[in-house]
Ligand binder design. Structure first.
Ligand code: GDP
Ligand code: MG
Length: 155
C-alpha cells in the first residue's frame, strides 16, 4: 500500500485489508548466471527489498536443460532459443518468489527492458546486463506466467 509520500509500505503492501489484498501478486525472479558470477546477488536482492517488495522464497540452483526448455517454452521456435537455454544452464542461478502489491509490474520496472543497451542506468539490466541474451535477470511478465513459473520452480 502506498503511504502519504507515495512510497510502498516496507511489507510490500502485503498487510492490508482483505479487499486490497486482492492486488497482492507474486513474481518468479531468476538472478541469471552472469549476475551470480559477478557476485552481485546481494546488490540485486537489496534493490527489491528497498522498493518494499518481499522475498517470499529463495533458492540457489543449477537449471537443467529440461527445466530451461519448460520455463522458456514460449520461445522454443525463436532463433535464439538454443543460445538462451545454453546460457541459463551455464552456471548457478538464484530463484526467488517476490511478493507485493502490483509486484509483477514493479519487478519488471526495476529490471529494465530485455536489451541492456536500451535499459536506463539505475535499472538492473542497465547497470549489470551485458547483451540481449546475457541480461542478468528474469521476472515474470504477467500473472498467468508467474503462476506457471512458480509451480515449475517451487512446486
Ligand atoms: P524478458 O521477459 O524481458 O526476459 O524477455 P523475453 O521473455 O522476450 O525473452 C526471454 C529471454 O530470452 C531474455 O531475457 C533474453 O535472455 C533472451 N532473449 C530475448 N530476446 C532475445 C533476442 O532477440 N536475441 C537473443 N539472443 N536473446 C533474446
Ligand atoms: Mg519474458
Amino acid at each position: 500500500m502506498k503511504n502519504s509520500t507515495g512510497a510502498y509500505a516496507a511489507d510490500g503492501g502485503v498487510r492490508s485489508s482483505s479487499r486490497e489484498s486482492d492486488d497482492i501478486e507474486r513474481s518468479l525472479v531468476i538472478i541469471k548466471p552472469d549476475a551470480v558470477r559477478k557476485n552481485i546477488v546481494g546488490e540485486i536482492i537489496s534493490r527489491f527489498e528497498k522498493e518494499g517488495l518481499v522475498i517470499e522464497d529463495l533458492k540457489m540452483m543449477r537449471i537443467t536443460r529440461e527445466l530451461a526448455c519448460q520455463h522458456y517454452f514460449e520461445h522454443q521456435n525463436k532463433d535464439f532459443f538454443g543460445k538462451l537455454v545454453e546460457y541459463i544452464c551455464s552456471d548457478r542461478v538464484v530463484v526467488m518468489i517476490i511478493k507485493g502489491r502490483d509486484a509483477i509490474r514493479r519487478v519488471r520496472r526495476l529490471m529494465g527492458p530485455t536489451d541492456p543497451k536500451k535499459a536506463e542506468k539505475g535499472t538492473i539490466r542497465g547497470d549489470f546486463g551485458t547483451d540481449i541474451t546475457v541480461n542478468a535477470i528474469h521476472g515474470s511478465d504477467c500473472k498467468e506466467s508467474a503462476e506457471r513459473e512458480i509451480k515449475l520452480f517451487f512446486g
